[in-house]
Design a binder for this molecule. Sequence first.
Ligand code: COA
Length: 378
Amino acid sequence: MPHDFMPGLAGIPAAKSAVSDVDGERGVLEYRGIRVEELCKRSSFLETTYLLLFGRLPDEATLNKWQQDIIHHRRVKYSIIDLMKCLPEQGHPMDALQAAVAALGMYYPGRNVQDFDNNYWSAVRLVAKLPTIVAAWARLRRGDDAIPPRDELGFSDNFFYMLTETIPPPVWADIFDDCLILHAEHTMNASTFTGLVTASTLADPYTVVASSIGALKGPLHGGANEEVVQMLKDIGSADQARHYVEEQVRKKKKLMGFGHRVYKVKDPRATILQNLCDTLFKTCGTSPLYSIALAVEQAAGETLHGKAVYPNVDFYSGIIYDKMGIDTDLFTPIFAMARVSGWLAHWLEQLRENKLFRPDQIYAGEHNRPYVPVDQRR
Ligand code: COA
């Protein structure tokens, strides 16, 4: 049966899902029907994770159990740390994360993905351990010891503690928690789809998440937040922003942190993140990158007028992390720490009615070519 070919599968539904929804015309993002603005105001990252995975807000006892389960599984086996010590320290943290997550799967019996109990504990382990791995790698590559988690600390506090050996001011932890909420899920995107393709073979969840991490790494997806900060540093000052934007557009180059396949207005996450920048800067002074970002946004609005290209989630998040002193190449691993909940929510959903992904192709090559012996080839 002939089909229209849609490059990038643009507009082709790959699943039926109740995990999240984007209204790209109105700039609305909902997780399980609840708007992200509401979740940032009233929820926590771990509660949001539960909501995504299991479809409902947990009651108090369930939330407490979920949080305790996560706390009890934050530690990683010493041999995972040893494995990371063997990786080249100049390697990208996303590669280290992908390798460590794939290795995790060798330690935990999660092969029977039809077993709900197994899947619950796999989800707990993955949500709990990713921050420990990210923080450990950030220290090991500098020759420092990894810092084990502290049970009395919340999710975001504990991540900062494992990274820096200090507990951040409460407002930082709240802002970071909101950043994680905003990165936790985003419908059918490249990394979620990658994970679902892997999951459709009934591979274990560690392999599913490792494959999603690989897809998230690229600069057209999660990797854009690193490039945004680099771009803002290269621009150097707000008065250079217009010239930079005009040059990029003239050379038909993309502005990093702008544009989205679905949003035709400003990404609601970018708006919230911009507000979080303002809150953060009240506690510790502004960032020179912020005024450049505002100037870039204004220049882009005027230069790309009519193309519906606006800031996306990656545009302001990096400025927050940069101000918090986090290395630029950890931005995408932090994205993964959050997005693992979305990946796993789609994985659990798909398992209820799994079908192996096996798309078609339109063959555009030749037929019946003769085999030419090597000494006769030109
Ligand atoms: N900067 C400048 N122009 C952009 C742009 C950007 N970031 N994103 C899209 N456009 C323009 C394109 O040049 C194109 O213009 P044209 O119609 O004159 O050729 C038009 O908008 C449509 O772009 P297209 O690349 O077809 O849209 P897409 O849906 O395939 O791309 C992205 C979506 C995210 C891949 C793209 O916007 C992009 O590469 N952005 C930068 C990377 C990024 O921030 N990624 C994170 C996404 S959350």
